[in-house]
Design a protein around this ligand. Structure first.
Ligand code: ZN
Ligand code: ZN
Length: 264
């Protein structure tokens, strides 16, 4: 472990928000295992250090309402796993959060904003917000878009949104990287740690299986995407970072309570 790094360093705590008990695997890893169902978690990450608590993704909302909005999709989002309770388990209160980053605005990532103080800023790519408001018809449901007459999870905090255009330095040692493909305005979070760069990838990397690739494929896309050329460019960009990857929907992440794991 390097000890001579300059600048702020952080630790990253994965947060469990509930699960999709029977999710179609070929959606997570495109063109693989058609018809196979897997249990997949909804997740967020808490970045701590330099006197700051920064939350990445706020997870899904209330089980009953979501079950109505997404019939046919098995979901299990108990109140104990709601972001506020997930943070409480780590000893963190909503008012302790300095900033929230939304990797993208799919419904399982962007509820609960109104449970944080009215002064909390929410960082999201402008391209993502635009698409969430006016998506292709086939994506209306995954955004719970107002285009389809729905009220998306992010709507209650619309006045607290900080719209990001491309890459942005959020704090010393924390960078937002524009990584479209899964969605038009996806962003990942590059975090400096005592163990080098770590990347909270959002759904640009759904699971480690996506990152590890298969056969001749260096990485696997997810079937949930808007543009495979953008997806490929984003994955190439992540390759060049030489960062430790923290994916968007993988139980393996919970093998450690905090990252870098050597800090435990
Ligand atoms: Zn997504
Ligand atoms: Zn997701």
């Amino acid at each position: 472990m390097s000890t001579n790094m300059t600048g702020a360093t952080y630790s990253i705590v994965p947060l469990y928000y509930g699960r999709f008990p029977s999710y179609e695997k070929s959606v997570l890893q495109m063109m693989t295992d058609y018809g196979k169902k897997v249990d997949s978690p909804a997740m967020g990450y808490l970045i701590q250090g330099n006197g700051k608590n920064i939350l990445v993704d706020t997870g899904p909302g209330e089980q009953e309402a979501l079950a109505k909005l997404h019939p046919g999709l098995e979901i299990d989002f108990p109140i104990e796993a709601n972001v506020i309770n997930a943070l409480a388990e780590k000893g963190v209160k909503p008012e302790d959060i300095d900033a929230v980053i939304w990797t993208h605005l799919h419904w399982d990532h962007c509820y609960n904003g109104e449970k944080f103080p009215a002064t909390t800023p929410f960082y999201v790519q402008e391209a993502e917000l635009n698409y969430a408001i006016n998506p292709l018809d086939m994506h209306i449901n995954v955004y719970e878009s107002p285009k389809g007459g729905m009220m998306p999870g992010w709507m209650p905090v619309i006045k607290q949104l900080r719209l990001v255009k491309g890459d942005m330095k959020l704090a010393d040692g924390i960078d937002l990287l524009f990584t479209p493909g899964h969605t038009p305005g996806g962003q990942s979070v590059l975090v400096n740690t005592v163990d080098g760069p770590y990347l909270v990838a959002g759904d640009t990397v759904m699971q480690y299986e996506n990152w590890e690739g298969k056969g001749a494929l260096r990485h696997l896309y997810s079937t949930a995407h808007v543009n495979l050329l953008d997806f490929e460019a984003s994955l190439k960009r992540l390759d060049e970072l030489n960062a430790f990857i923290l994916p968007g929907h993988d139980y393996k992440v919970f093998e450690h309570k905090t990252y870098p794991a050597c800090a435990e």
